[in-house]
Design a protein around this ligand. Sequence first.
Ligand SMILES: Cc1cc2nc3c(=O)[nH]c(=O)nc-3n(C[C@H](O)[C@H](O)[C@H](O)COP(=O)(O)OP(=O)(O)OC[C@H]3O[C@@H](n4cnc5c(N)ncnc54)[C@H](O)[C@@H]3O)c2cc1C
Ligand SMILES: NC(=O)c1ccc[n+]([C@@H]2O[C@H](COP(=O)([O-])OP(=O)(O)OC[C@H]3O[C@@H](n4cnc5c(N)ncnc54)[C@H](OP(=O)(O)O)[C@@H]3O)[C@@H](O)[C@H]2O)c1
Ligand code: HEM
Ligand SMILES: Cc1cc2nc3c(=O)[nH]c(=O)nc-3n(C[C@H](O)[C@H](O)[C@H](O)COP(=O)(O)O)c2cc1C
Length: 1067
Amino acid sequence: MTPVPIPQPPGLPFIGNIADIDAVRSIESFKALANKYGEIYRLNVPGASLVVATTHELVDDACDEKRFKKVPNNVLQQIRAGLGDGLFTAYIESPSWGIAHRVLMPAFGPMGIRDMFDEMKDVGTQLALKWARHGPHKRILAAQDFTRLTLDTIALCSMGYRFNSFYSEQMHPFPDAMTEFLLESGRRTQRLPLPGIFYKTQDAQFQAQIDVMRETAEEVLKERVADVGNQRKDLLAAMLKGRDPVTGEKMSDQSIIDNLITFLVAGHETTSGMLSYAMYRLIANPDEYRKVQREVDEVVGKGPITANHMSKLPYISAVLREALRLDSPIPIFGVCPLEDNTLLAGKYPVHKGEFVQCLLSTSHLDPKVFEDPLVFKPERMLDENFNKLPKNAWKPFGNGVRACIGRPFAWQEAVLVMAILFQNFNFVLADADYKLVHNQTLTMKPDNFYMRAILRDGLDPVQLEHRLAGTEVPLSKLKISSGDVTPTSNGVRGQHMTVLYGSNSGTCENLAQRLAMDAVSHGYEVTTLDCMDAAVERLPKDQPIVVITASYEGQPPDNAAHFVSWISSMEDKQALRGSSYAVFGCGHHDWAQTFHRIPKLVDTKLEELGATRIADLGVANAAKEDMFVSFEAWEDDVFWPALDALRAKEGGESLQEMKHAPLKVEVSKLRSSMQKNDVEEGKVVVTRVLTADGEPIKRHIDIQLPPGTSYRPGDYLTVLPVNPKNTVQRTMRRFGLSWDTTVKINGAGTRLPTNELVPAHSILSGFVELAQPATRRNVLALADIATSEADRDALKNLASESYDAEIIAKRVSILDLLETYPSIDLPLGNFLTMLPQMRVRQYSIASSPLADPQIASISFSLITGRANSGRGSYSGVASTYLDGLEAGDRLRVSVRPAHAAFHLPPTPEQTPLILVAAGTGIAPFRGFVQDRAAMVRAGRKVAPAVLYHGCREAGRDDLYAEELAEWEELGAVVVKRAFSRRPEESGGAKYVQDLLWVDRERFLDMWRRGAQLYVCGSRKMSKGVEKVVKSIRQENAKARGERLSDEDAQKWWDESRNVRYATDVFD
Ligand SMILES: Cc1cc2nc3c(=O)[nH]c(=O)nc-3n(C[C@H](O)[C@H](O)[C@H](O)COP(=O)(O)OP(=O)(O)OC[C@H]3O[C@@H](n4cnc5c(N)ncnc54)[C@H](O)[C@@H]3O)c2cc1C
Ligand SMILES: NC(=O)c1ccc[n+]([C@@H]2O[C@H](COP(=O)([O-])OP(=O)(O)OC[C@H]3O[C@@H](n4cnc5c(N)ncnc54)[C@H](OP(=O)(O)O)[C@@H]3O)[C@@H](O)[C@H]2O)c1
Ligand code: HEM
Ligand SMILES: Cc1cc2nc3c(=O)[nH]c(=O)nc-3n(C[C@H](O)[C@H](O)[C@H](O)COP(=O)(O)O)c2cc1C
């Protein structure tokens, strides 16, 4: 085959391609370059030429040890300063590598590792007890505690040294020195080639860190040598006593010290990363989580875990393998060709002296090897499937003779720890909408991944200690706690109640809080208010349970998936006997097939499992009604009466109505503590109007993302907005507050900051939704307070027959009513209690990370106009807030992934795209096309793409026309527009769906060639597109002499959803 040249990004004199590699997140850069340049590319960095191989075929070939060998690459060269000729960083030709390798292999064999079981369990137990003692609400930074675990384990098992990281406040200086040493090693490879004087301080610190590591190792060695009677069978003993079977030599003191440090360095960050990723994947995949737990329950039961269990947990092994496939802690390793002009995969010439870098972050996701490569499927890693994988398809432990020597060590440690944890805890994300972000030091770990650990079986920490030690009291004697998931303390004493919610964007959580407040006046005290996932295996039997949940594409919300998986997997029909419950569901009828699927499922399932239904399922439809209004109606008309009736039937005395006494809530920081924790600060870089003067405003904003945040084209940016100034001003005016007024809220059951002085305007701006329509109960409460009889009568009327027409249809808020009826003397505290908390809004990201991974753009329409209520103007909360931002302003944002189907196909060369949008619906497609333009510029060939865009008039609101023209020129896309004001300029097509019909020949041609169709914009437009595509299909069938009925066309369309097309619509 003719050699194929390897593409290379254009570099700069002296520094070559350094600017193409992010100094902190080089792996992200390598992946992005693979997206741009394809399966292989070359980079020149000072002192090294790197050829990055990104597919299985290329990695497989580079693993041929007859033609390639490991030579410490530019990063390992730096690490040699600390680890010397230790196994990890040694040249294979070095005699000390051969001796150490042969001396240590037996110590890492099955018997050697088994001997370490008890010490591994000792440290694993320390971790479990720490989590148990901290309780179910503690936010655990997974990677940090797993790092304590793995560092303590490797130090104890390899040299009998106890860092005691779980006990000491002050960590031993070794871990800190090591972390800094590794970070600096990476940075040194990115240095500009300046004289040494420029790096004097860094060099001195680097040496100081090396000194700490070496002195620690020397001390350990000295102590052991002095302790002549020591009988430990650890790695240090093997190094001191072992003889190389080939040369007969022993390891030198220098080599022992190099390798002691090597084990500490190589043996803990990696295992900690693997455990953290496995934990993240399991929490994100409830069904697989349940399988792990079932395996542990069946194999280990409730007794102590022994070394014999280790080989009987195949599903845990499969989980670890799959976690390593998706995220390898060492995501890249390098080899060098033995000969010049070696052809990689028979076509790419690579040369002696350059490093072929095997990028596992991409080769492990090669669609030619792994079906649905991004999906976590441990089943594909069960032994029978794992053994069938193509050679070198799974390489997290490196290659050949230089592969990881510590693999059996890491495996036993990880399987053991997973078994301890899953036997005794349930886990939930501390931030339900956390999405995986990587932290790259020398190895990769999840960043900011916080979870909560909730003890199972009603255990307390003391009982856990007994269980792990094998001295447990039988389970029947344990007091099973009824599960105070998030105990609220509101100072009232009533009959206990549990309220659970499943909620992504806050509606159901808001309703749950509302119920918790209302409960007091019915004589109940909500002792548990938490997400549904926190209640897995902990549904109480002695109090009513209310579940309020939404559905997303028919699936549970992020914080309810484990609960749903748990109740779905239970077979014992009496499992929940004794519990009583009621369910309320929020949904949207446009998701017709899965309308209210989750609330219905929970309602049915709980009954099937023996629980008693207190009241009929309540539901609300976001498309038609206000959720708060429907919920309130269900509460008053269905739930409370049913609960009272049940209580009476069971002979319970009727409960005293109580006044709502303030709940005590601790709020530490303004806003951040009330809101999802991963909504972080971004910064506005550029903002510009996209429409001509006089047209409704549509705006573009470039936002610099919080550090470590990444996204894919098609994902969303969630924004935590601030209320429009004029709405806040109106409120302040109505309550007679001046701008500098501060308030101290002693209210309760609230996420507002309490017991501290806070400016009134910051509460009204950032914490509450002010424009939500008033609920019936709100209106009645206002009527009660109104002092004028006329106002009272008018309000009572509004709360009854004219409510739907006058309040809901016109979206009349409490504030509107307060302004209209001045005789209502509502205290500010009561007003705040009536308002829902501020919700985040979502926007499609309108850019590609290939243009700049740190920038996410959005395009949005400003919602403004005469208020439907007739009172002044209406300003949408988030769009007004965004519209007012300027470059340099900071805002709270986070990235939320779109549905899997709404991403670019993995094979840009092969899959044509049909993109259909109207108005700002073009947002995600700007990102798609920008991505393709970057690929084309890098020399990649992409399959054709056509973008159909609906707007009003050329030059007025044809968004991004200039950029699109440029990208069209490049060949990244063909743009077709429908002009609704001037259909004559778009071939008679008024709307984008009409244009699709006009252009149906092209549509059909692309469809036949396997095109993916994406639709984004308003719901009406999307329905229009659906109609037209079905018609095109019917017409085409007719042309072939077939008849496709309307029903069949509909069936075809429904079945093609998320397979051949994906829609992203919300309004
Ligand atoms: C997944 C997803 C992606 C999205 N992507 C984008 C995007 O890329 N670009 C974009 O522009 N939007 C997008 N949206 C919509 C966006 O999230 C917001 O809903 C939109 O910007 C309006 O928010 P707001 O806070 O400004 O309005 P809100 O304050 O939430 O007000 C909206 C409500 O006010 C009502 N209303 C409107 N006019 C009046 C009036 N005159 N009087 C009384 N009531 C009125 C509306 O019916 C609606 O109920 C997306 C939504 C979702 C769910
Ligand atoms: N990911 C997402 O879910 C996402 C992303 C971006 C935007 N959006 C949503 O998309 C919607 C678009 O808002 P916008 O303000 O940008 O649009 P717009 O400017 O109001 O409308 C854009 C074009 O669509 C036309 N149009 C009106 N009715 C239509 C119909 N039934 N079928 C097809 N085209 C029609 C308009 O024609 P006329 O001249 O007749 O008005 C206009 O030419 C908003 O609801 C926004 O929230 C959603
Ligand atoms: C999940 C955990 C682990 C992973 C993913 C991992 C990964 C790797 C990889 C990819 C290599 C090859 C690097 C290269 O080619 O440059 C390697 C080598 C090595 N690892 Fe591990 N490792 C893990 C755990 C451990 C542990 C627990 C130890 C020590 C007890 C250890 C010690 C070593 C050593 C000494 C080498 C060098 C071997 C040689 O070249 O002779 N590793 N590891
Ligand atoms: C992407 C998306 C998918 C949805 N899928 C469904 C669905 O399958 N069934 C349904 O009844 N409602 C669906 N809805 C509507 C939500 O369930 C509804 O808006 C609910 O009020 C959200 O509650 P939350 O704010 O507590 O998360 C969907 C909403 C969105 C944004």
